[in-house]
Ligand binder design. Structure first.
Ligand SMILES: [Zn+2]
Length: 233
């Protein structure tokens, strides 16, 4: 396990959904790359300047990535709030997979989590569906998106897919993020345009990840993020 790729819809998604896990992975020497499909411009006041918001949110995501040991961040420029699992999005994610050649892809569950609808944004589910199609079969299939072969990007098989923010009953794996929690919080606080002072956020997340750790049999006082891990080998 040397390289992981996170495919997210918006700036800040990875920091909420898997920031502690990314911090633990990079501390263990794993190279982690981000592919963020939109730049989060559908946020802020109605009269905000979209181009300025794109610049702000990209800079915030790069700063957040640095807090958890990530420097390779690709933005795909899809429209925030209007992402669909199109062939074009599958191709663009496949392009990043074939460049990074990850041993593991982490993305959003394409399923609805009725217990926590705030994490079940339609863009998240569309990105999850497209990323799954990119993992299987597109990235490994030389006949998929033949223009990528012309770009010198050979087929690549991703053996493992991790899904976050899906239904709790489908989550079969927990990562002990106790040692990465401070870095996750630092990454989240980098998203100033979204979170402001983030009052109460640390306490809320600590309680949530402590409960997750208990559910998955970790020791008292530990914190965990949970995922549905799928064998795609
Ligand atoms: Zn999001």
């Amino acid at each position: 396990m040397r390289r992981a790729l996170i495919v997210a819809a918006h700036p800040d998604d990875v920091d909420f959904g898997a920031g502690g896990t990314v911090a633990v992975w990079t501390a263990a020497g794993i190279d982690v790359s981000y592919c963020v499909c939109t730049s989060g411009e559908a946020s802020g006041d109605a009269d905000r300047d979209a181009a300025e918001m794109i610049r702000t949110r990209r800079a915030e995501q790069r700063a957040a990535a640095a807090h958890v040991g990530v420097s390779d961040v690709t933005f795909l420029d899809y429209p925030d709030g209007a992402v669909v699992a199109s062939l074009e999005l599958r191709r663009d994610i496949t392009r990043v997979i074939r460049r990074v050649r990850p041993d593991r892809v982490l993305t959003w569950s394409p399923e609805i989590n009725w217990d926590m609808v705030a994490t079940t944004h339609p863009d998240h589910r569309a990105v999850g569906e497209a990323a799954f199609a990119a993992v299987y079969p597109d990235a490994r299939n030389p006949h998929a998106h033949p223009e990528l072969l012309a770009e010198g990007l050979d087929p690549w098989t991703v053996p493992e897919l991790w899904l976050t923010d899906g239904p709790a009953a489908l989550r079969n794996h927990a990562v002990d993020v106790t040692d990465g929690f401070d870095k996750k919080m630092a990454a989240l606080r980098a998203h100033v345009s979204q979170l402001g002072a983030a009052e109460g956020l640390e306490e809320d997340l600590r309680a949530y990840f402590s409960a997750t750790a208990k559910q998955h049999g970790l020791a008292d006082g530990q914190l965990a993020e949970s995922f549905q891990v799928v064998d795609t080998s």
